[in-house]
Design a protein around this ligand. Structure first.
Ligand code: PAF
Length: 283
């Protein structure tokens, strides 16, 4: 697998591949890859003839008190995993080549990023949509796959593509979980053994609500309350938010018959974890 770091070289290779008729898929990551990322890559591999994986810890999506400097990094380990998929190209640029001095342009999706994580991480989604727009321009993908664990991110990217007429198909991929239910995340690497046990509060809360929904309960606030009770039974888990919202607009609880997103963010020690579940989806 070829590792490219210069943005201009990435763009040149992408244009050449397009001219030769390749169908390009992008899996955008911040590295420290886990099985969830690899599942996205395998799906992308199935759908395209040229698979590009980007690895870039994007400074603009971290707040000043967040974990940018300690975010886990392992480029050599990541490339070894990507080789197994296999992908064709790894795009791993330097920050200085991506954010050149004098840049003034941001891409911001307004409504969808107001609540949930957006309310607690000012500027985060603006950083995400800006880097994803830049990656689309550099990698020139026909399709890009994003995991549903970052559900609000996925919705913001879908909206950006629609609003700005990006010619990129956005494919969403279900959350990949450990066998005990914990949603896979690079940040799980921060957890001690005790914290790893406490982290199960998030998925257990969502699964409790899912079970009650399967048994016929459909009031969003009642389902939220069931999840909240489970989280409250873990005294060391500090809830940031737990919300039941419309899975499309991410605001106000849905009308009957529309999919419901139950989304949670919580701190376990210093580690911020998120998880979610969509109920009532037709697929
Ligand atoms: O989901 C992530 O890993 C990041 O937010 C992304 C999409 C690679 C943008 O930096």
């Amino acid at each position: 697998v070829e590792v490219v770091s210069a943005p201009a070289e990435m763009q040149r290779l992408a244009e050449a591949a397009r001219r030769q008729g390749s169908r390009i898929a992008l899996v955008a990551t911040m590295g420290f890859l886990h099985e969830g990322h690899l599942a996205l890559m395998r799906e992308a591999r199935r759908r395209a003839s040229l698979l590009v994986v980007s690895i870039f810890v994007n400074p603009t999506q971290f707040g000043p008190s967040e974990d940018l400097t300690r975010y886990p990094r392992d480029l050599a380990g990541d490339v070894a995993k990507i080789r197994e998929v296999p992908a064709d190209l790894v795009f791993a640029p330097d920050s200085a080549d991506i954010f050149v001095p004098g840049a003034q342009t941001w891409v911001e999706v307004s409504e969808l990023t107001r609540g949930l994580c957006g309310a607690h991480r000012p500027g985060h989604f603006r950083g995400v949509t800006t880097i994803v727009a830049k990656l689309f321009n550099l990698v020139r993908p026909h399709l890009a796959i994003f995991g549903e664990k970052d559900f609000q991110q996925l919705r913001a990217i879908q909206q950006m593509v629609r609003d700005l007429n990006f010619d990129v198909e956005i494919v969403s991929f279900p959350i990949v979980r450990e066998s005990d239910g914990l949603a896979m995340s690079s940040r799980n690497a921060y957890l001690s053994a005790d914290q790893r046990r406490d982290a199960l509060a998030l998925s257990r809360a969502l699964f409790a609500a899912r079970d009650r929904a399967a048994a016929g309960l459909c009031d969003p606030q009642a389902l939220r309350a069931i999840a909240a009770e489970v989280i409250a039974s873990y005294p060391r888990v500090e809830l940031e938010y737990l919300e039941a919202v419309d899975a499309e607009t991410l605001s106000a609880p849905p009308q009957a018959g529309r999919p419901l997103l139950l989304a949670v963010a919580a701190r376990v020690g210093n580690t911020r974890l998120i998880d979610n579940l969509v109920l009532g989806r037709r697929d």
